[in-house]
Design a protein around this ligand. Structure first.
Ligand SMILES: NC(=O)c1ccc[n+]([C@@H]2O[C@H](COP(=O)([O-])OP(=O)(O)OC[C@H]3O[C@@H](n4cnc5c(N)ncnc54)[C@H](O)[C@@H]3O)[C@@H](O)[C@H]2O)c1
Length: 324
């Protein structure tokens, strides 16, 4: 039976992915340094098919223990997002690039490991000057340390020669949203809906910029799809993950929010940061891996709105729900 290692298992995406893999009958090992706590794992902690290693992958021993006896790896652990990487550039470089390379090399040296799925990002496309949709073939123009490190590690796993039975794949995730056992409110859709639901106020900058969005359950499911795909379709290949119809400007998301909370006061402000602007084409993953999303941004907004109205999250402004 396959045993999948998920790095960053306690994280926003990892805690959803681990549950999907367990539900499909896989054995799962999670490794996480628990930078944001481990509560997201409570309900699966005693599952006989789940094993957990608490540790920091910067430690070689943790890498060795984590990959020992697994058949596949989904590598999610990282310092996540532009602000978090800008705030601690040395740690971000250590974890997102140097440690990732060490983990990758160790997996390449272990004959029993097949898939290596890497969580990259559509942020790699950076600032596009024109309105056309970018594809996997488009030029990458990272505008932050976070995406520079993602681009560099992508190159490392896609261009370097690997053993025959080792199957690395890079997934460029759209900006994620939705409910997860490890909630994040520093993501556009979640943050906008929180501020609207709790304060009836929404402050938006860069309202004209385009960005693709994808629900956390669908993003996690893309990792499962890759793990189950024929090797020749995915080996040293890269896929954008999302849906072409889910590219939105922030002002379009504001309009969706007004449909849910008509009384919200929307204020557009100017800020000279985060110039990322890109519309992404997601036809490759749909065509080649039959990947389909199950939720759209309006679904996600309603989901967050209802959870907050019901008081499911007791302190949504807590720093635990932010990556900086
Ligand atoms: N959230 C998004 O919009 C988005 C978009 C594109 C790509 N991604 C990528 O998906 C992955 C997961 O993102 P997320 O939103 O779940 O982030 P997250 O911050 O919620 O989870 C990351 C987890 O990794 C763990 N971790 C970090 N460094 C570690 C280390 N050295 N050793 C062990 N554990 C470590 C953290 O404790 C955390 O639990 C990341 O690689 C991220 O770059 C996320």
């Amino acid at each position: 039976m396959r045993k999948i290692l998920v790095t960053g298992a306690a994280g926003y995406i990892g805690s959803v992915l681990v549950r999907q893999l367990l539900a499909k009958g896989y054995k799962v090992r999670g490794v996480d340094a628990l930078f944001f706590g481990g509560e997201s794992l409570i309900s699966i902690y005693n599952n006989p098919n789940f094993e957990f290693i608490k540790g920091d992958l910067r430690n070689n021993l943790i890498i060795n223990n984590s990959i020992n006896g697994v058949t596949d790896v989904v590598h999610l652990a990282a310092i996540v997002g532009d602000p978090a990487c800008a705030k601690q550039p040395d740690i971000a470089t250590q974890i997102n690039l140097e440690t990732s390379k060490k983990l990758f090399d160790a997996c390449n040296n272990k004959n029993e490991i097949g898939n290596f799925v890497f969580a990259s990002t559509c942020s790699n496309y950076g600032k596009m000057e024109h309105e056309a949709y970018v594809t996997e073939e488009s030029e990458l123009r990272p505008v932050s340390l976070y995406s520079e490190l993602k681009v560099e590690f992508e190159k490392y796993i896609l261009k370097n020669e690997v053993r025959d039975s080792f199957v690395p794949t890079a997934l460029r995730f759209a900006t994620v949203y939705g409910l997860s056992p490890r909630m994040r409110f520093d993501l556009t859709v979640n943050e906008f809906m929180r501020d609207t639901t709790l304060n009836q106020k929404l402050e938006i900058y860069g309202e004209q910029f385009w960005r693709p969005y994808c629900h956390v359950e669908d993003l996690a499911n893309s990792c499962v799809k890759v793990l189950e795909a024929p090797k020749d379709k995915i080996k040293q290949n890269v896929f954008n993950v999302g849906d072409t119809n889910e590219n939105y400007q922030k002002k379009i998301i504001a309009e969706m929010i007004i449909n849910i909370v008509p009384d919200v006061i929307v204020k557009y402000v100017h800020k000279d940061e985060d110039p990322r602007n890109y519309r992404v084409d997601f036809s490759k993953i749909k065509k080649e891996l039959n990947f389909k999303i199950t939720k759209t941004v309006p679904d996600g907004l309603k989901e967050i709105h209802n959870a907050l109205l019901d008081g499911i999250i007791s302190d949504p402004y807590s720093k635990h729900y932010k990556n900086i």
